[in-house]
Structure formats: C-alpha cells, structure tokens
Design a protein around this ligand. Structure first.
Ligand code: GTP
Length: 495
C-alpha cells in the first residue's frame, strides 16, 4: 500500500536529520519539509499537514533546548505524537459487550465494501466467541441479499433478509427482533448504498436508524481510494445519522489511504478497523499508536501478540509462548506455525508487525508463491527426525543430514539449505522474545510494562538504537519519560 511508502519517506527524513552533525533550524526545516511532501503525496489534507508542521516547530524550539538534550529524540517523539494526534479524534467509539445484545448499523456509499465489511466484522467477532448475526436491509441493489447470504453461509453466521419485501425499515426491524430473541449479542444491519450522496439514501438511512432499529453504533464504511473527497463524504453521512465509528476499506490497493484516514479523524469519529483485502480475514483492528509505529517501521509488539492469540489455536498458545520466552525456537515450532499459517490464511499481517520482518517471508501480493514456499519447507521438514525437529542447535544439521533430508523429500540440497537459513533468520528474530513475561489473553499491555530497556534494545532496529544512544541512552530515555507506557506507544506497544 502507498502508506508503506509514506512510512519509508518519513523514516528516511528522520534518519537524514539524525545523520547531520548539528541539528539546527535548517536541518529541522528540511526534515519537516520532507515529511510534509510525503504526507501530501499520501493525500492527507493540506490544512492538517500545515497544522502538524506548526505544532512540531512549536514543541521543538531549538533555541530553548539546552545543550545536552537529545534533540533527535525530542523531534522524533514530536513527529510521532503529531501523527497520532492527526489520526486520533480523542474519543473512543461505543464498544459492544459480549453477551449483551448490541445493534450495529453499517452505512456507506455503493461499492465502498459495506456488505463485505459487515461479514468481516461479524466473522472477526465470531472468532472471539461472540454470537453475531447479519440483517440485509439493502433493498436497493438486487444482488445485495444474495451476496450477504453467500458470505454469511461461508462464515456460518445466521442471516436475515427478503427477496420480496421492499421496505428496508421493515426488514431491519424484523431481523433485529428475530436475532434478539435468539440471544445474538452482535446484530449487524447492512443498509443500502447508492452511487451518489442522494437525499433519498440519507432519508432511508435515518428512518432505519432512528425510527426503528435504534442502533447502538453506526459504522460508516469508506473506500480508501477516495482520498481528499473523504472529508465531505464522511461529514455528509455524519450529519444524517450519528456515525460513531469508521472502517476504511481497500487499504491493500494502490489507494493513498492518508486522505481517508486523516479526514475521518477530522470528523471526530475514530477509525476502528481497516480492510486489507477481499477475503474474510483481511481485516485489522485500527489502533492509532501501533499503526503509526508500523508506519514508521518501528514494529508493533502488542498487535503481534494479539495475532498470536488469533492465529495459534488456544490449546497451543501457553506452550508456544512458554517456549518462546525460553528462547527455544525449534524447527518443530516453525513447522507448527507454518501449519497454523496455512490454516488461517494471511500471515503477512502477523509478520508485518515485527520490526524489519514484513516483506521478507510473505511479500504482499505474492501470498500464493509464499504459501507454496511454506509447503515446500514443510515437505522437507517431514523428512527430518524428531531429534532434528526438536533441537535449536543449528550445528546439528551437518552436510550428511542435509543431503539425507534432500533425498528423502525429493528436493535439492540448495533448497534444504535455504529452508535452514529461513529457520535461522526466524529463530534469531524470535529469540528476542527470550525472558519476556508472558501476557495472558486480553492483557497485552502487560507485555509492554514488562519490557525493559534490555529487551527493547534487542527489538529496536539497530539504526534507531544508535540514534537514541545505545542501551544506556534508551535507559535514560525511559527514566526521563517516567513511565514506559508512552515509550511503548512510540515503539508500538501502546494499549
Ligand atoms: N481489495 C479489497 N477489496 C475489497 C475490500 N473490501 C471490499 N472489497 C471489494 O469491493 C467490492 C465492493 O464490495 P461490496 O461489499 O459489494 O460493496 P457494498 O458497499 O456493499 O456495495 P453496495 O451493496 O452496492 O452498497 C467487492 O468486490 C469486494 O470484494 C478490501 O478491503 N480490499
């Protein structure tokens, strides 16, 4: 996605500034101009970008900074904070509670991905133990009910709709009533989308919303490719129904995304999820701090831990986390994780949360190829002995063992070696988890709290650590900040 380029440009600008011997007004201005250019290219509104630049300059008053202050860190922190502020309206949206019925209504223009997103939202919650249900109150588009029905059936989610009833209000009321009786705790109502912001659409939406269903939350679904137009569109919807949250779709495409993300923040409704593909599980929770961390290439540990809980079956989780905390990443763990990956789909999402890891194993857009590679690796591992699989000692794999594995799996020696290299690379990354206290499900922030400077120094990209002044600098920085919470936010572990 183009946003990744934005992240790259901003990181480069900060890096360039850090390379300068003295950080003066000129160097700071060059860095800020570079960031401004990158944000405008990503379609972020000019007004917001200018505001951000002014704020950073206000915070980073170079004259006032006493000698000895780490200017780089202060500037970097200011950039991070301003980016977060731009994307965070500062007001959380309504959060449904498991076991208590909530009605969630989806609105948006035609083709924005509303129907697909309804199912993704339902599926996401179903995997977390909710009892969702889908109501199709889109009577405008002929195929809408069939599409919802098909998606819902695939995900085994109950649905309600009609081929004959043309009154969306009636369908919505009946659907909601039906599912309330069935004790569903997340009743999702899909409404009609039109190709333009027509008065009739807004009136229909208002009727479904206020007169009847009375939703606990209205989610506005927006296609990220609309860029700058996002602001007016989001506002138009908000004026008609009380939009409480936004989901931005198609963030996987060539869309610039910055426009949509920043414009919705300007309308004071938080973005709660982003859609990253056509498949059901290509759907990510949107959290501003980790998102900005990832954008700036700093990784996202808390998201990563959440993903482990999502991807790895419950009964394997404690064992896996225990092994990782002992720093014991064996070929068998890699094998088991590959199995989970193939079952669960896009692991690219998971790995993109690790610093410096994203593009290597599963480049976006080349998932098929990557899956084939994983399957090949697994075939080779099938030819290994238990001793080999359970060892974390790479020296065990001598030439004769490698040749035997190649023969046994019908693969080239070169390929076995490539697989072992991949294992070593992964083991190195995962070894950074060694000694971390294992957070329980739902306690991801515990991980952040338990991270000390030593751990953090291992997971931070080398260049960045150098900028901060090594482990010592990092320790000082953490002390200065009083708590590690803000710090973790900065590096991606925010709550
Ligand atoms: N690449 C990508 N495609 C998406 C995403 N979300 C939805 N789509 C695709 O966008 C197209 C339109 O999605 P729908 O869900 O039918 O859109 P809609 O807003 O419900 O349309 P109406 O019912 O006509 O209002 C479909 O082809 C979806 O597969 C996404 O996050 N990424």
């Amino acid at each position: 996605m183009v946003l990744a380029q934005l992240g790259g440009s901003i990181s480069r600008a900060i890096q360039q500034m850090s390379n300068a011997t003295i950080i003066d007004e000129k160097v700071l201005n060059e860095c800020l101009n570079e960031i401004t250019r990158a944000l405008l290219q990503a379609d972020v509104q000019f007004k917001l970008v200018r505001e951000m630049q002014t704020n950073i300059k206000k915070i980073v008053n170079l004259d006032d900074l006493a000698a000895g202050h780490n200017k780089r860190r202060i500037i970097q922190q200011a950039i991070f904070n301003e980016l977060c502020k731009m994307l965070d309206p500062g007001k959380p949206s309504f959060t449904p509670k498991k076991g208590k019925p909530s009605v969630i209504m989806f609105v948006g223009l035609q083709g924005s991905g509303k129907t697909t997103t309804c199912t993704k939202y339902a599926y996401y919650h179903q995997k977390k133990g909710w009892k969702p249900a889908l109501v199709c109150a889109d009577t405008f588009r002929a195929g809408a009910f069939d599409q919802l029905k098909q998606n819902a059936t695939k995900a085994k989610i109950p649905f309600y709709g009609s081929y004959t009833e043309s009154d969306p209000v009636r369908i919505a009321v009946e659907g909601v009533e039906t599912f309330k009786k069935e004790n569903c705790d997340l009743i999702i109502v899909d409404t009609s989308g039109r190709h333009k912001q027509e008065a009739a659409l807004f009136e229909e939406m208002r009727q479904v919303s206020e007169a009847t269903v009375n939703p606990d939350l209205v989610i506005f679904v927006m296609d990220s490719s609309i860029g700058q137009a996002a602001f007016d569109q989001a506002q138009a919807f908000k004026q008609s129904v009380s939009v409480g949250a936004v989901i931005v779709t198609k963030m996987d495409g060539h869309a610039k995304g910055g426009g949509a993300l920043s414009a919705v923040a300007a309308t004071k409704s938080p973005v709660i999820f982003i859609g990253t593909g056509e498949h059901m599980d290509e759907f990510e929770v949107f959290d501003v701090k980790p998102f900005v961390s990832r954008l700036l290439g700093m990784g996202d540990w808390s998201g990563f831990m959440d993903k482990i809980h999502e991807v790895v079956p419950m009964d394997q989780q404690p064992e896996l986390l225990q092994k990782l905390s002992e720093g014991n990443f064996t070929l068998r763990i890699m094998y088991e994780q590959f199995q989970n990956i193939l079952k669960m789909g896009p692991i690219g999402q998971v790995f993109s949360m690790l610093p410096g890891f994203s593009s290597e194993l599963m480049p976006k857009g080349r998932e098929k190829e990557s899956q084939a590679k994983i399957k090949r690796y697994m075939t080779m591992m099938d030819s290994m002995t238990n001793e080999e699989l359970d060892s974390s000692n790479p020296k065990l794999m001598n030439d004769s063992r490698i040749m035997r594995i190649a023969r046994g799996s019908g693969r080239q020696v070169r390929e076995v070696m490539e697989m072992l290299e991949e294992y070593k690379r992964l083991a190195k990354i995962w070894s950074k988890m060694k000694g971390l206290k294992i957070p329980k499900k739902g306690e991801m922030s515990a991980l952040s709290r338990n991270m000390n400077a030593q751990h953090m120094s291992k997971v931070l990209p080398q260049g960045m650590l150098k900028q901060i002044g090594g482990v010592g600098g990092l320790q000082n920085l953490m002390k200065q900040m009083g708590s590690t919470k803000d710090m973790m936010g900065m590096f991606g572990g925010g709550e």
